[in-house]
Design a binder for this molecule. Structure first.
Ligand code: AMP
Ligand code: TRP
Length: 344
């Protein structure tokens, strides 16, 4: 099988989508559509590694799908679906659980953060989460994975799993005519000025769906007044903005806001500082509010329209899942042959 270039990424349906998800991931999903075949997945099986209220989970799966569409992902040219409708993800994850080593998973910082102090009480699924993520990507033999900075370690683990599978089963891979390597080593795409968007309340903490304070994040569904209020209250320091990027190094809150502005505008931090260097935050924040409202307003409105029509959203997911299943089935058949499992 030839290794064609293919993009895969996933977003968990676990609550409010925010500016970090948008700038760190979804904006890139949209851009990559022009040059690659893309598969974008609502990773509902990852969501349930921590407790989810069932009715809320259903709503969130539809809401993330609506966000994908509202941001400009084309579900006809590409594939948009939810993970649990393609059983091969979980099936390949099991094979990968038998390839990955305990020592590798023990190093995962996301597990340590999410499990917290009471590790004995974390679900087994939360621990095995990275095997499922590797399966998501490799079941489509995807080569490129746009993600935020926080997912870098999981991508490295995915490459380790792919490499070990290729090595362990090398003879069988060759004997079955798949050449020297069956899985590609997927590359993370972590680029641009906003790969790690920080909390608006604390420049040392990541903007997150689970932060107790709604003022820490801009949600994709926030209205213009809310966006304005949140940026106005955003933590800053008393100095005016510097003229050069070096001046942001010890000013995490300023750095974050400049990065957000640059990413929304599709430019660099240096360009933004060229324009706003020497300005007070009151001036810069007003411009940031205008830009954010212009970019996010139409997305929020379209998300509301789409979530009011769950039958349409479900039809998009059903269609995407059917097409994904065909691709995933081919990989799983090959994996079974390579591993030596009898199939009919
Ligand atoms: P999640 O909501 O954890 O499923 O994340 C979905 C995507 O958004 C992943 O590619 C994350 O890396 C990205 N992401 C989440 N939070 C942030 C953030 N604060 N800054 C940049 N990217 C983020
Ligand atoms: N772990 C990712 C996150 O929390 C979500 C995810 C699951 C993912 N499977 C993936 C991202 C595959 C990229 C590719 O953000």
């Amino acid at each position: 099988m030839a290794m064609t270039q293919r993009v895969f990424s996933g977003v968990q349906p676990t609550g409010n989508l925010h500016l970090g998800n948008y700038l760190g991931a979804i904006v890139k999903f949209v851009e990559l559509q022009n040059i690659h075949d893309c598969i974008y997945c609502v990773v509902d099986l990852h969501a349930i590694t921590v407790w989810q209220d069932p009715a809320e989970l259903t709503r969130n799966i539809r809401e993330v799908t609506a966000a994908f569409l509202a941001c400009g992902i084309d579900p006809r040219k590409h594939i948009v679906f939810n993970q649990s409708q393609v059983a091969e993800h979980a099936e390949l994850a099991w094979v990968f659980n038998c390839v990955a080593r305990l020592g590798w998973l023990n190093r995962m910082t996301q597990f340590k953060e999410k499990a917290g102090k009471d590790r004995e009480n974390a679900s087994v699924g939360l621990y095995a989460y990275p095997s499922l993520m590797a399966a998501d990507i490799l079941v489509y033999r995807a080569t490129h994975v746009p993600v935020g900075e926080d997912q870098k370690q999981h991508l490295e683990l995915t490459r380790d799993i792919a490499q070990k599978f290729n090595n362990d089963f090398g003879d069988s891979i060759r004997a079955h005519g798949f050449g020297e390597a069956f899985f590609p080593l997927p590359e993370p795409l972590i680029t641009g000025p906003a790969t790690r968007v920080m909390s608006l309340r604390d420049g040392s903490k990541k903007m997150s769906k689970s932060d107790a304070s709604d003022y820490s994040r801009i949600n994709l569904t926030d209205d213009a007044d809310t966006i304005a209020q949140k940026f106005r209250k955003a933590k800053t320091d008393p100095e005016p903005l510097p003229g050069e990027e070096k001046g942001l190094e010890t000013r995490p809150e300023a750095d974050n806001l400049v990065g957000i502005y640059a990413a929304l505008e599709g430019t660099t931090k240096a360009t933004v500082l060229g324009q706003f260097g020497g300005s007070q935050f009151s001036v810069f924040k007003a411009a940031l509010v205008d830009l954010s409202v212009a970019k996010l307003g139409p997305i929020g409105a379209e998300m509301k329209r789409l979530t009011a029509d769950p039958a349409y959203v479900d039809a998009v997911l059903a269609d995407g899942s059917a097409r994904a299943r065909v691709l995933a089935g081919q990989t799983m058949d090959a994996v079974k042959d390579i591993v030596g499992l009898v199939r009919s």
